[in-house]
Design a protein around this ligand. Structure first.
Ligand SMILES: C[S@@+](CC[C@H](N)C(=O)[O-])C[C@H]1O[C@@H](n2cnc3c(N)ncnc32)[C@H](O)[C@@H]1O
Length: 266
């Protein structure tokens, strides 16, 4: 169930019954997602690791493809993606339809819940970018099983990469600054804020979108606040070996990009 705080909870009361509520990756929010483009340094780290290990990449929870799948296909990789949201897949298909055929043929999206997904295909690099690991971490045993499944989908010497924020703490209750933006071409504006530990150990994102015709939308998304100890504990129970971790800073936000490897069979 969606949870709202502060300004967003009041908005819901103000527009009682006249506001459409959905998930942060569904409906109109899948269009808005593009406006929250990721960090370029981190994107380069993913590509760099791909160049070390091979051509075949799988992105878990791939979204609309604009941040990683498409740029990596443009660099020459073959990129598959698994994504649960129909709206995100519709945006992905729109984005891909504008690409030249030689890039299109390197891209393939599969609609599935990654916890249910199975494949016999093998990859050189499997990625979970844009702090999505926090969306998949509520149940530690389920995450561990996912890591083991990913391990089995990798070629020997293949790598798993994911990133998470290290500036978020679980000890205090605090809200981020409010972020707003207007898109004059697509005729909407949004208001975005993150609420940390309003639910213990969770970062809850609230987002409001209003279009020029007056339609109103509210969404929320709940992520676990991930710590180094949590990741070390879960990964420590899997077959993965640590390869490298990068620290990346951008304004107030600090991120860790982790790379784990599947050791070549003896
Ligand atoms: C933060 S977005 C990241 C999208 C993309 N990886 C990127 O970097 O732009 C998280 C995505 O995870 C998807 N997702 C969440 N849970 C999922 C699951 N269990 N299986 C597949 N996709 C999932 C959401 O629909 C959303 O598109």
């Amino acid at each position: 169930m969606n949870k709202y705080f502060g300004f967003f909870s009041e908005l819901r009361k103000l527009y009682d019954g006249k506001i459409k509520e959905c998930g942060l990756y569904d409906d109109i929010f899948s269009n808005v997602y593009n406006a929250l483009a990721g960090n370029n340094e981190i994107k380069e780290l993913y590509a760099e690791n791909g160049f070390y290990v091979g051509k075949n990449i799988l992105e878990i929870a791939a979204g609309d493809g604009s941040n990683y799948m498409i740029p990596l296909a443009q660099k020459g990789f073959n990129v598959d993606g698994v994504e649960i949201s129909e709206s995100m897949i519709a945006r992905f298909n729109e984005n891909v339809s504008k690409l030249p055929q030689r890039i299109k043929k390197r891209l393939n999206i599969i609609q599935a819940d990654v916890f249910e997904y199975e494949t016999d295909k093998k990859y050189d690099l499997i990625t979970i970018p844009s702090t999505t690991i926090c969306l998949l971490s509520d149940d530690e045993d389920r995450l561990k099983s996912l890591f083991e499944k990913i391990y089995s989908w990798l070629n020997p010497n293949g790598r798993l990469m994911f990133d998470y924020r290290t500036d978020q703490v679980t000890e205090t209750v605090y809200a981020s600054n409010i972020l707003t933006n207007i898109n004059l071409d697509e005729k909407y504006y949004f208001v975005f804020q993150e609420f940390n530990n309003f639910i213990p150990d969770k970062a809850v994102v609230n987002m409001y979108v209003e279009t020029a015709d007056g339609s109103k939308y509210l969404a929320s998304s709940e992520k676990k606040i991930i710590t180094d100890d949590f990741i070390e504990s879960v990964i420590g129970q899997t077959s993965f070996k640590m390869h490298h971790a990068y620290d990346v800073n951008e304004d107030e936000i600090t991120m860790k990009v982790c790379v784990y490897k599947k050791e070549e069979a003896a």
